[in-house]
Design a protein around this ligand. Structure first.
Ligand SMILES: NC(=O)c1ccc[n+]([C@@H]2O[C@H](COP(=O)([O-])OP(=O)(O)OC[C@H]3O[C@@H](n4cnc5c(N)ncnc54)[C@H](O)[C@@H]3O)[C@@H](O)[C@H]2O)c1
Length: 371
């Protein structure tokens, strides 16, 4: 997989980005320089970008890493000078660890969240949080009971371009929003092992886009309609989709579309467009290099970012910074139970729409269908 090698390059990445990180807003740093001691569960693709972020956050200290693959756990533990284990239990039993970051496969999240909360640790978890609405409710109830934080990493909210687009929509720059278009095309094609345990394209990928629409507009749709197909043999064999179009209707008259594909040959294609009477906002793709060649044949621009670790590196850093600020300074966390419940509900309803070939009405607060 394209990103598998990124850990080996992490020292290089750290050097390259240390300078950039130093320029980030440091006003959040506490005067008492408090540090959040964390354990990281899962050292695959997501684990790697969290390792990179932790290295850049002086307010976070990696005390323990866990991976079911003992060699992986040992290697990363040694590299990052932290304790390591194949199971989460030793980390949960360490009283110095205040919080855990869960980046294991989706099917592991619920059990690990519950175990961590029970052990008195705050939790940052990769999306999606649970397998169903009951599990989501159970996790948040457990967090409330334990008096601990539970934060789901909807990283795209923290992307500087998307956050800027959302801010401008909210301040009325384009007038009342009439149409939103979200394009999310993955790169590289994930492994079929990953797809098999991903919980399907709606809960694995489109959950991000539903969250972004809610974040940008502050509105919930009244109807969702999804169509989909598959072009990748392995994905078809898993009875999953790799090419999906979702349309949404809102009570305000706003319309939205989300188009998602598991593989774009030209890089990680992530764009959002918002249209209103007063204008249009576009958050475009970006490239690692900004040089463009203009000649008699036309204009040649470099390829866009290859994949999520580089495209969203600032967002991954910022989401952990916000989580740490919540823990160390008691700042409110911007993503809560309602966000998670509603994005999950929209995934369920979009999946249902695809299966049944019809638009599904939605109520904004509880996700139940109208009769
Ligand atoms: N927010 C994002 O942009 C983003 C991107 C990629 C993945 N993710 C999410 O991150 C999660 C992990 O995805 P990934 O792509 O890193 O998968 P991955 O397969 O690359 O990595 C998962 C790792 O977890 C380990 N593991 C498996 N079971 C475990 C267990 N019980 N305890 C400890 N370790 C265990 C595996 O050995 C592997 O190293 C998924 O839930 C996915 O949805 C989020």
């Amino acid at each position: 997989m394209g990103d598998r090698g990124s850990l080996d390059g992490s020292h290089k990445w750290r050097l390259a980005w240390r300078g950039a990180a130093d320029k980030l807003d440091r006003s959040h740093m506490t005067q008492s320089s408090k540090v959040l001691k964390v354990a990281l569960f899962g050292l695959g693709r997501a684990g790697r970008f969290h390792l990179q972020s932790i290295q850049l956050l002086p307010e976070m200290e990696l005390v323990h890493v866990v991976d079911i693959d003992p060699e992986q756990a040992r290697k990363v533990g040694e590299q990052f000078q932290s304790a390591h284990s194949e199971t989460i239990q030793p980390a949960l039993e360490d009283p110095s660890i205040q919080a855990v970051i869960i980046a294991t496969p989706t099917g592991e999240h619920f059990e690990q969240i519950m175990a961590a909360l029970k052990a008195g640790k705050s939790v940052f978890t990769e999306k999606p949080l649970g397998n169903n609405l009951d599990e989501i409710a159970t996790c948040y109830a457990a967090a409330r009971q334990a008096g601990k934080a539970l934060f789901v990493g909807f990283n795209r909210r923290f992307d500087p371009s998307f956050a800027d687009l959302a801010r401008q929509v909210q301040t009325g720059v384009i007038g009342t929003p009439q149409l939103l278009r979200v394009t999310s095309r993955d790169s590289p094609l994930p492994s079929m092992d990953y797809i098999r345990t991903s919980h399907g394209i709606f809960h694995d990928c489109i959950v991000h886009d539903f969250d972004m629409l809610r974040y940008i507009t502050g509105q919930d749709p009244v109807e969702v309609y999804a169509i989909g197909s598959n072009f990748v043999d392995g994905i078809r064999a898993l009875r999953d989709l790799d090419n999906v179009l979702v349309s949404l209707k809102y009570a305000s008259g706003l319309l939205a579309s989300i188009d998602v594909n598991r593989f774009a040959s030209y890089g990680y294609d992530q764009r959002i467009e918002a249209f209103g009477k007063e204008g249009m906002l576009q958050a475009e793709n970006r490239s690692p290099r900004a040089t463009a060649l203009s000649n008699a044949s036309g204009i040649l621009r470099p390829v866009i970012e290859h994949s999520f670790p580089t495209r969203y590196r600032e967002a991954y850093l910022e989401e952990l910074r916000v989580f740490a600020a919540g823990e160390l300074e008691g700042r409110p966390l911007p993503i809560g139970e309602e966000d998670v419940r509603i994005s999950h509900t929209l995934c369920d309803k979009a999946e249902q729409s695809y299966r049944e070939g019809r638009p599904i009405p939605i109520t904004s607060t509880n996700g139940r269908e109208h009769d």
